[in-house]
Design a protein around this ligand. Sequence first.
Ligand code: PLP
Length: 439
Amino acid sequence: MANLAHTTGIETTSEKTEADTGAKATSATSGFIPSLVPREDFPILARQIHGKPLVFLDSTASAQKPRQVLDAMDAFNRTTYANIHRGAYTLSEEATAAYEGARKKVARFINARSVREVIWTRNTTESINLVAHTWADANLHPGDTILITEMEHHSNIVPWQLAAARTGAALRYVPITDDGELDMAAFDQLIERHPPRLVAVTQMSNVLGTLPPVGEIIAKAHAAGALVLLDAAQSVPHTAVDVRALGCDFLAFSAHKMLGPSGIGVLWGRRELLDAMPPFLGGGDMIRDVSLQHSTWADLPWKFEAGTPAITEAVGFGAAVDYLSALGMANVRAHEHALAAYALERLAAIPDLRIYGPPADRRGGVVSFTLGDIHAHDLATLLDREGIAIRAGHHCAQPLMERYQLAATARASFYVYTTSAEIDALAAALEQARSIFAF
Ligand SMILES: Cc1ncc(COP(=O)(O)O)c(C=O)c1O
Protein backbone atom coordinates (compact mmCIF):
# COMPACT_ATOMS: atom_id res chain seq x y z
CA MET A 1 0.00 0.00 0.00
CA ALA A 2 1.36 3.40 -0.91
CA ASN A 3 0.76 6.62 0.93
CA LEU A 4 -2.91 6.24 1.75
CA ALA A 5 -2.02 6.26 5.42
CA HIS A 6 -1.44 9.66 6.96
CA THR A 7 0.52 9.37 10.15
CA THR A 8 1.97 12.87 10.08
CA GLY A 9 -0.93 14.91 11.33
CA ILE A 10 -2.87 17.42 9.34
CA GLU A 11 -1.94 18.68 5.93
CA THR A 12 -3.37 22.00 4.82
CA THR A 13 -2.62 21.86 1.11
CA SER A 14 -6.27 21.68 0.15
CA GLU A 15 -7.30 23.54 -2.96
CA LYS A 16 -10.77 23.78 -1.54
CA THR A 17 -11.68 27.06 0.07
CA GLU A 18 -13.58 27.54 3.27
CA ALA A 19 -16.62 28.31 1.16
CA ASP A 20 -16.31 24.90 -0.53
CA THR A 21 -16.38 23.01 2.71
CA GLY A 22 -18.48 25.40 4.78
CA ALA A 23 -15.88 24.94 7.48
CA LYS A 24 -14.18 27.49 9.68
CA ALA A 25 -10.40 27.23 9.80
CA THR A 26 -10.28 25.74 13.27
CA SER A 27 -6.92 24.82 14.77
CA ALA A 28 -6.70 21.31 16.07
CA THR A 29 -4.81 22.63 19.05
CA SER A 30 -7.20 25.44 19.97
CA GLY A 31 -8.42 23.55 23.03
CA PHE A 32 -11.57 21.84 24.11
CA ILE A 33 -14.27 21.47 21.44
CA PRO A 34 -17.64 21.35 23.20
CA SER A 35 -20.77 19.66 21.90
CA LEU A 36 -22.66 21.81 19.40
CA VAL A 37 -25.91 20.91 21.16
CA PRO A 38 -27.07 20.49 24.76
CA ARG A 39 -26.02 16.90 25.45
CA GLU A 40 -29.17 16.52 27.63
CA ASP A 41 -31.17 16.69 24.38
CA PHE A 42 -29.90 13.16 23.66
CA PRO A 43 -31.15 10.88 26.47
CA ILE A 44 -29.11 7.90 25.28
CA LEU A 45 -25.86 9.79 25.92
CA ALA A 46 -26.53 9.51 29.66
CA ARG A 47 -26.13 5.72 29.42
CA GLN A 48 -23.31 3.78 30.99
CA ILE A 49 -21.76 0.85 29.13
CA HIS A 50 -19.76 -1.61 31.27
CA GLY A 51 -19.91 0.99 34.05
CA LYS A 52 -18.37 3.74 31.87
CA PRO A 53 -20.09 6.75 30.29
CA LEU A 54 -21.12 5.98 26.73
CA VAL A 55 -18.82 7.55 24.14
CA PHE A 56 -20.77 7.14 20.94
CA LEU A 57 -18.49 7.35 17.90
CA ASP A 58 -20.59 5.52 15.30
CA SER A 59 -22.95 8.20 13.98
CA THR A 60 -21.92 7.43 10.40
CA ALA A 61 -23.73 4.10 10.77
CA SER A 62 -26.75 5.63 12.50
CA ALA A 63 -27.07 8.82 14.56
CA GLN A 64 -28.71 9.17 17.97
CA LYS A 65 -32.03 11.00 18.34
CA PRO A 66 -32.74 14.13 20.38
CA ARG A 67 -35.78 14.23 22.65
CA GLN A 68 -37.33 16.72 20.19
CA VAL A 69 -37.54 13.87 17.66
CA LEU A 70 -38.53 11.23 20.22
CA ASP A 71 -41.21 13.54 21.68
CA ALA A 72 -42.62 14.49 18.28
CA MET A 73 -43.03 10.81 17.37
CA ASP A 74 -44.44 9.91 20.76
CA ALA A 75 -46.93 12.80 20.75
CA PHE A 76 -48.03 11.94 17.21
CA ASN A 77 -48.58 8.29 18.15
CA ARG A 78 -50.49 9.24 21.30
CA THR A 79 -52.73 11.93 19.84
CA THR A 80 -52.84 11.94 16.04
CA TYR A 81 -51.88 8.59 14.50
CA ALA A 82 -54.09 7.19 11.74
CA ASN A 83 -53.49 5.96 8.21
CA ILE A 84 -52.93 8.77 5.72
CA HIS A 85 -54.60 9.82 2.48
CA ARG A 86 -57.51 7.58 3.46
CA GLY A 87 -60.34 8.69 5.63
CA ALA A 88 -62.42 11.83 5.62
CA TYR A 89 -62.20 11.90 9.39
CA THR A 90 -60.30 14.31 11.60
CA LEU A 91 -57.50 12.00 12.76
CA SER A 92 -56.65 10.87 9.24
CA GLU A 93 -56.69 14.44 7.97
CA GLU A 94 -54.40 15.57 10.79
CA ALA A 95 -52.07 12.60 10.26
CA THR A 96 -51.93 13.35 6.52
CA ALA A 97 -51.14 17.01 7.22
CA ALA A 98 -48.30 16.04 9.58
CA TYR A 99 -46.92 13.49 7.12
CA GLU A 100 -47.04 15.87 4.15
CA GLY A 101 -45.79 18.72 6.33
CA ALA A 102 -42.63 16.72 7.00
CA ARG A 103 -42.14 16.34 3.26
CA LYS A 104 -42.29 20.14 2.90
CA LYS A 105 -39.63 20.53 5.60
CA VAL A 106 -37.31 18.11 3.79
CA ALA A 107 -37.96 19.84 0.44
CA ARG A 108 -36.97 23.19 1.99
CA PHE A 109 -33.94 21.65 3.70
CA ILE A 110 -32.41 20.60 0.35
CA ASN A 111 -33.90 23.56 -1.57
CA ALA A 112 -35.99 21.41 -3.89
CA ARG A 113 -37.97 23.33 -6.50
CA SER A 114 -41.14 21.47 -5.61
CA VAL A 115 -42.34 19.26 -2.79
CA ARG A 116 -43.41 16.82 -5.52
CA GLU A 117 -39.75 16.05 -6.15
CA VAL A 118 -39.34 14.51 -2.67
CA ILE A 119 -40.17 10.80 -2.72
CA TRP A 120 -40.32 8.96 0.60
CA THR A 121 -38.50 5.64 0.54
CA ARG A 122 -37.25 3.34 3.31
CA ASN A 123 -33.64 4.56 3.10
CA THR A 124 -30.79 5.57 0.79
CA THR A 125 -30.51 1.99 -0.45
CA GLU A 126 -34.12 1.88 -1.58
CA SER A 127 -33.82 5.33 -3.18
CA ILE A 128 -30.89 4.18 -5.33
CA ASN A 129 -32.67 0.93 -6.17
CA LEU A 130 -35.70 2.92 -7.28
CA VAL A 131 -33.61 4.79 -9.88
CA ALA A 132 -31.66 1.64 -10.80
CA HIS A 133 -34.94 -0.10 -11.62
CA THR A 134 -37.22 2.53 -13.07
CA TRP A 135 -34.90 4.98 -14.80
CA ALA A 136 -32.22 2.43 -15.72
CA ASP A 137 -34.58 -0.24 -17.08
CA ALA A 138 -36.35 2.33 -19.24
CA ASN A 139 -33.25 4.13 -20.50
CA LEU A 140 -30.20 1.84 -20.59
CA HIS A 141 -29.28 -0.45 -23.46
CA PRO A 142 -26.37 -2.73 -24.38
CA GLY A 143 -23.29 -0.60 -25.05
CA ASP A 144 -24.30 2.13 -22.58
CA THR A 145 -22.08 2.94 -19.61
CA ILE A 146 -22.97 3.46 -15.96
CA LEU A 147 -20.05 5.18 -14.23
CA ILE A 148 -19.54 4.82 -10.48
CA THR A 149 -16.42 4.91 -8.27
CA GLU A 150 -14.32 2.50 -6.25
CA MET A 151 -15.23 4.54 -3.18
CA GLU A 152 -18.92 3.64 -3.12
CA HIS A 153 -20.96 2.00 -0.39
CA HIS A 154 -22.45 -1.34 -1.51
CA SER A 155 -25.77 0.53 -1.80
CA ASN A 156 -24.36 2.47 -4.72
CA ILE A 157 -22.68 -0.54 -6.34
CA VAL A 158 -24.96 -3.57 -6.18
CA PRO A 159 -28.10 -1.89 -7.64
CA TRP A 160 -25.99 -0.83 -10.65
CA GLN A 161 -24.50 -4.31 -11.04
CA LEU A 162 -28.05 -5.66 -11.17
CA ALA A 163 -29.19 -2.91 -13.56
CA ALA A 164 -26.19 -3.59 -15.82
CA ALA A 165 -27.03 -7.29 -15.87
CA ARG A 166 -30.66 -6.57 -16.79
CA THR A 167 -29.99 -3.95 -19.47
CA GLY A 168 -26.67 -5.06 -20.96
CA ALA A 169 -25.04 -1.74 -20.00
CA ALA A 170 -21.40 -1.75 -18.87
CA LEU A 171 -20.55 -0.76 -15.29
CA ARG A 172 -17.27 1.15 -15.06
CA TYR A 173 -15.42 2.48 -12.01
CA VAL A 174 -13.47 5.67 -11.40
CA PRO A 175 -10.36 4.57 -9.46
CA ILE A 176 -9.14 6.12 -6.21
CA THR A 177 -5.69 7.60 -5.65
CA ASP A 178 -3.30 6.30 -3.01
CA ASP A 179 -4.31 9.30 -0.91
CA GLY A 180 -7.95 8.23 -0.82
CA GLU A 181 -9.29 10.78 -3.30
CA LEU A 182 -11.04 10.21 -6.61
CA ASP A 183 -8.61 9.99 -9.53
CA MET A 184 -10.03 12.88 -11.54
CA ALA A 185 -7.60 12.37 -14.44
CA ALA A 186 -8.96 8.84 -14.80
CA PHE A 187 -12.50 10.23 -14.51
CA ASP A 188 -11.79 12.59 -17.43
CA GLN A 189 -10.41 9.73 -19.53
CA LEU A 190 -13.34 7.44 -18.74
CA ILE A 191 -15.86 10.14 -19.61
CA GLU A 192 -14.11 10.73 -22.92
CA ARG A 193 -13.63 7.09 -23.89
CA HIS A 194 -16.96 5.76 -22.62
CA PRO A 195 -19.42 8.66 -22.37
CA PRO A 196 -21.76 7.43 -19.62
CA ARG A 197 -25.55 7.68 -19.48
CA LEU A 198 -25.41 7.95 -15.70
CA VAL A 199 -22.75 8.87 -13.14
CA ALA A 200 -23.55 7.71 -9.58
CA VAL A 201 -21.16 8.96 -6.91
CA THR A 202 -21.00 9.46 -3.17
CA GLN A 203 -20.87 13.01 -1.84
CA MET A 204 -18.87 11.76 1.14
CA SER A 205 -17.13 8.43 1.63
CA ASN A 206 -18.39 6.60 4.72
CA VAL A 207 -14.96 4.97 5.14
CA LEU A 208 -12.36 7.61 4.27
CA GLY A 209 -14.48 10.70 4.84
CA THR A 210 -13.37 11.92 1.40
CA LEU A 211 -15.46 14.73 -0.11
CA PRO A 212 -15.25 14.17 -3.89
CA PRO A 213 -15.44 17.29 -6.09
CA VAL A 214 -19.07 16.74 -7.00
CA GLY A 215 -19.47 20.19 -8.60
CA GLU A 216 -16.80 19.34 -11.15
CA ILE A 217 -18.15 15.81 -11.61
CA ILE A 218 -21.68 17.07 -12.28
CA ALA A 219 -20.47 19.71 -14.78
CA LYS A 220 -18.33 17.21 -16.70
CA ALA A 221 -20.95 14.45 -16.61
CA HIS A 222 -23.62 16.80 -17.92
CA ALA A 223 -21.29 18.04 -20.65
CA ALA A 224 -20.91 14.40 -21.70
CA GLY A 225 -24.69 13.93 -21.75
CA ALA A 226 -24.97 11.91 -18.53
CA LEU A 227 -27.32 12.27 -15.58
CA VAL A 228 -25.84 12.38 -12.06
CA LEU A 229 -27.09 10.60 -8.96
CA LEU A 230 -25.50 11.66 -5.68
CA ASP A 231 -25.40 9.22 -2.80
CA ALA A 232 -25.97 11.83 -0.10
CA ALA A 233 -26.30 9.43 2.84
CA GLN A 234 -23.25 11.06 4.45
CA SER A 235 -23.56 14.60 3.12
CA VAL A 236 -27.11 15.79 3.80
CA PRO A 237 -26.73 14.98 7.54
CA HIS A 238 -23.45 16.88 7.84
CA THR A 239 -23.34 19.84 5.49
CA ALA A 240 -25.69 22.19 3.64
CA VAL A 241 -26.91 20.50 0.45
CA ASP A 242 -28.75 22.59 -2.12
CA VAL A 243 -29.94 20.49 -5.04
CA ARG A 244 -30.59 23.53 -7.22
CA ALA A 245 -27.12 24.97 -6.67
CA LEU A 246 -25.52 21.55 -7.18
CA GLY A 247 -27.46 20.86 -10.37
CA CYS A 248 -27.54 17.09 -9.80
CA ASP A 249 -30.38 14.95 -11.16
CA PHE A 250 -31.05 12.52 -8.30
CA LEU A 251 -30.11 12.63 -4.60
CA ALA A 252 -30.55 9.84 -2.04
CA PHE A 253 -30.36 10.00 1.77
CA SER A 254 -31.69 8.43 5.00
CA ALA A 255 -33.36 9.96 8.09
CA HIS A 256 -31.59 7.67 10.55
CA LYS A 257 -28.20 9.22 9.78
CA MET A 258 -29.47 12.73 10.51
CA LEU A 259 -31.01 12.47 14.00
CA GLY A 260 -34.23 10.92 12.69
CA PRO A 261 -35.69 7.41 12.86
CA SER A 262 -34.82 4.40 10.74
CA GLY A 263 -37.38 3.19 8.18
CA ILE A 264 -37.63 6.38 6.13
CA GLY A 265 -35.39 7.98 3.51
CA VAL A 266 -35.63 10.22 0.48
CA LEU A 267 -35.17 10.08 -3.22
CA TRP A 268 -35.08 13.59 -4.61
CA GLY A 269 -35.20 13.83 -8.40
CA ARG A 270 -35.75 16.48 -11.04
CA ARG A 271 -39.45 16.60 -11.68
CA GLU A 272 -39.37 16.00 -15.41
CA LEU A 273 -37.22 12.88 -14.87
CA LEU A 274 -39.50 11.53 -12.13
CA ASP A 275 -42.56 12.29 -14.26
CA ALA A 276 -41.14 10.28 -17.16
CA MET A 277 -40.11 7.28 -15.02
CA PRO A 278 -42.45 4.29 -14.65
CA PRO A 279 -43.55 3.33 -11.11
CA PHE A 280 -41.29 1.22 -8.89
CA LEU A 281 -43.63 -0.81 -6.65
CA GLY A 282 -47.32 -1.34 -7.34
CA GLY A 283 -50.15 -1.26 -4.82
CA GLY A 284 -52.37 1.06 -2.85
CA ASP A 285 -51.81 4.83 -2.80
CA MET A 286 -49.67 4.95 -5.98
CA ILE A 287 -52.63 4.62 -8.38
CA ARG A 288 -55.19 6.96 -9.86
CA ASP A 289 -57.55 4.26 -11.22
CA VAL A 290 -57.45 0.48 -11.27
CA SER A 291 -59.55 -1.79 -13.50
CA LEU A 292 -59.23 -5.53 -13.96
CA GLN A 293 -56.82 -5.13 -16.85
CA HIS A 294 -55.22 -1.76 -16.41
CA SER A 295 -54.10 0.88 -13.92
CA THR A 296 -53.11 4.53 -14.10
CA TRP A 297 -50.73 6.25 -11.74
CA ALA A 298 -51.10 8.90 -9.08
CA ASP A 299 -49.28 12.22 -9.44
CA LEU A 300 -45.81 12.77 -8.03
CA PRO A 301 -44.65 12.05 -5.40
CA TRP A 302 -47.25 9.37 -4.61
CA LYS A 303 -46.65 7.48 -7.89
CA PHE A 304 -43.57 6.02 -6.19
CA GLU A 305 -45.11 5.41 -2.75
CA ALA A 306 -47.00 2.13 -2.77
CA GLY A 307 -48.69 0.87 0.40
CA THR A 308 -48.88 2.30 3.92
CA PRO A 309 -45.65 4.23 4.49
CA ALA A 310 -43.60 5.02 7.60
CA ILE A 311 -46.05 7.63 8.94
CA THR A 312 -44.76 8.31 12.45
CA GLU A 313 -41.22 8.15 11.11
CA ALA A 314 -41.98 10.94 8.63
CA VAL A 315 -43.08 13.11 11.55
CA GLY A 316 -39.85 12.26 13.37
CA PHE A 317 -37.84 13.06 10.23
CA GLY A 318 -39.52 16.46 10.08
CA ALA A 319 -38.56 17.12 13.70
CA ALA A 320 -34.95 16.10 12.95
CA VAL A 321 -34.86 18.53 10.04
CA ASP A 322 -36.20 21.28 12.33
CA TYR A 323 -33.48 20.48 14.86
CA LEU A 324 -30.66 20.58 12.28
CA SER A 325 -32.08 23.70 10.62
CA ALA A 326 -32.09 25.52 13.96
CA LEU A 327 -28.42 24.57 14.45
CA GLY A 328 -27.48 25.73 10.95
CA MET A 329 -25.74 23.27 8.63
CA ALA A 330 -22.69 25.51 8.23
CA ASN A 331 -22.21 25.24 12.01
CA VAL A 332 -22.65 21.47 11.88
CA ARG A 333 -19.98 21.22 9.18
CA ALA A 334 -17.62 23.56 11.05
CA HIS A 335 -18.02 21.53 14.26
CA GLU A 336 -17.24 18.25 12.53
CA HIS A 337 -14.33 19.76 10.64
CA ALA A 338 -12.81 20.90 13.94
CA LEU A 339 -13.38 17.45 15.47
CA ALA A 340 -11.86 15.68 12.43
CA ALA A 341 -8.78 17.92 12.58
CA TYR A 342 -8.47 17.28 16.31
CA ALA A 343 -8.91 13.51 15.91
CA LEU A 344 -6.34 13.31 13.11
CA GLU A 345 -3.81 15.09 15.28
CA ARG A 346 -4.57 13.07 18.43
CA LEU A 347 -4.59 9.68 16.71
CA ALA A 348 -1.54 10.39 14.55
CA ALA A 349 0.47 10.72 17.77
CA ILE A 350 -0.20 7.06 18.68
CA PRO A 351 2.65 4.81 17.53
CA ASP A 352 1.71 2.08 15.03
CA LEU A 353 -1.63 3.74 14.29
CA ARG A 354 -2.36 4.37 10.61
CA ILE A 355 -5.06 6.75 9.50
CA TYR A 356 -6.65 6.33 6.09
CA GLY A 357 -7.98 9.05 3.83
CA PRO A 358 -7.38 12.72 3.11
CA PRO A 359 -6.47 15.56 5.49
CA ALA A 360 -9.15 17.27 7.57
CA ASP A 361 -9.84 20.04 5.07
CA ARG A 362 -10.93 17.48 2.50
CA ARG A 363 -12.88 15.08 4.72
CA GLY A 364 -16.00 14.87 6.83
CA GLY A 365 -16.17 13.81 10.47
CA VAL A 366 -14.98 10.26 9.90
CA VAL A 367 -11.62 8.69 10.73
CA SER A 368 -10.76 5.11 9.71
CA PHE A 369 -7.62 3.57 11.14
CA THR A 370 -5.73 0.43 12.01
CA LEU A 371 -3.52 -0.10 15.05
CA GLY A 372 -0.54 -2.36 14.40
CA ASP A 373 -1.89 -5.75 13.46
CA ILE A 374 -4.68 -5.78 16.03
CA HIS A 375 -7.82 -6.89 14.22
CA ALA A 376 -10.36 -4.09 14.02
CA HIS A 377 -13.01 -6.28 15.67
CA ASP A 378 -10.73 -6.98 18.65
CA LEU A 379 -10.08 -3.26 18.91
CA ALA A 380 -13.80 -2.47 18.87
CA THR A 381 -14.42 -5.08 21.56
CA LEU A 382 -11.66 -3.66 23.77
CA LEU A 383 -12.98 -0.12 23.31
CA ASP A 384 -16.51 -1.26 24.12
CA ARG A 385 -15.26 -2.30 27.57
CA GLU A 386 -14.35 1.36 28.04
CA GLY A 387 -17.83 2.44 26.96
CA ILE A 388 -16.60 3.57 23.52
CA ALA A 389 -18.69 2.57 20.49
CA ILE A 390 -16.82 2.49 17.18
CA ARG A 391 -17.43 0.59 13.96
CA ALA A 392 -15.12 -2.17 12.75
CA GLY A 393 -15.14 -4.10 9.50
CA HIS A 394 -15.39 -3.40 5.78
CA HIS A 395 -18.05 -0.70 6.26
CA CYS A 396 -20.12 -2.03 3.32
CA ALA A 397 -17.37 -0.92 0.96
CA GLN A 398 -15.49 -4.11 0.07
CA PRO A 399 -14.11 -2.82 -3.28
CA LEU A 400 -12.61 0.15 -1.41
CA MET A 401 -11.01 -2.13 1.17
CA GLU A 402 -9.69 -4.37 -1.60
CA ARG A 403 -8.17 -1.32 -3.31
CA TYR A 404 -5.99 -0.76 -0.25
CA GLN A 405 -5.56 -4.45 0.56
CA LEU A 406 -7.27 -4.06 3.90
CA ALA A 407 -9.45 -6.73 5.50
CA ALA A 408 -11.00 -4.28 7.94
CA THR A 409 -10.50 -0.92 9.60
CA ALA A 410 -11.75 0.63 12.82
CA ARG A 411 -13.80 3.78 12.26
CA ALA A 412 -14.67 6.63 14.61
CA SER A 413 -17.26 9.13 13.44
CA PHE A 414 -18.55 12.36 14.90
CA TYR A 415 -21.74 14.36 14.98
CA VAL A 416 -23.32 17.40 16.59
CA TYR A 417 -23.12 15.93 20.12
CA THR A 418 -19.47 14.81 19.92
CA THR A 419 -16.83 16.61 22.02
CA SER A 420 -13.05 16.62 21.83
CA ALA A 421 -13.06 14.98 25.31
CA GLU A 422 -14.62 11.91 23.65
CA ILE A 423 -11.78 11.86 21.13
CA ASP A 424 -9.37 12.07 24.07
CA ALA A 425 -11.14 9.06 25.62
CA LEU A 426 -10.75 7.22 22.31
CA ALA A 427 -7.05 8.05 22.12
CA ALA A 428 -6.47 6.92 25.73
CA ALA A 429 -8.30 3.64 25.12
CA LEU A 430 -6.25 3.04 21.96
CA GLU A 431 -3.02 3.63 23.89
CA GLN A 432 -4.26 1.12 26.43
CA ALA A 433 -5.13 -1.42 23.71
CA ARG A 434 -1.66 -0.96 22.29
CA SER A 435 -0.07 -1.72 25.63
CA ILE A 436 -2.27 -4.80 26.09
CA PHE A 437 -1.08 -6.15 22.75
CA ALA A 438 2.47 -4.91 23.62
CA PHE A 439 4.04 -4.09 20.25
C1 PLP B 1 -22.30 6.48 1.75
C2 PLP B 1 -23.46 5.61 2.11
N1 PLP B 1 -24.33 5.27 1.17
C3 PLP B 1 -25.40 4.49 1.43
C4 PLP B 1 -25.62 4.01 2.70
C5 PLP B 1 -26.81 3.16 2.94
O1 PLP B 1 -27.72 3.79 3.80
P1 PLP B 1 -28.99 3.04 4.31
O2 PLP B 1 -28.51 1.81 5.04
O3 PLP B 1 -29.68 4.00 5.21
O4 PLP B 1 -29.80 2.67 3.11
C6 PLP B 1 -24.73 4.32 3.71
C7 PLP B 1 -24.90 3.77 5.07
O5 PLP B 1 -23.98 3.68 5.84
C8 PLP B 1 -23.63 5.16 3.42
O6 PLP B 1 -22.74 5.49 4.36
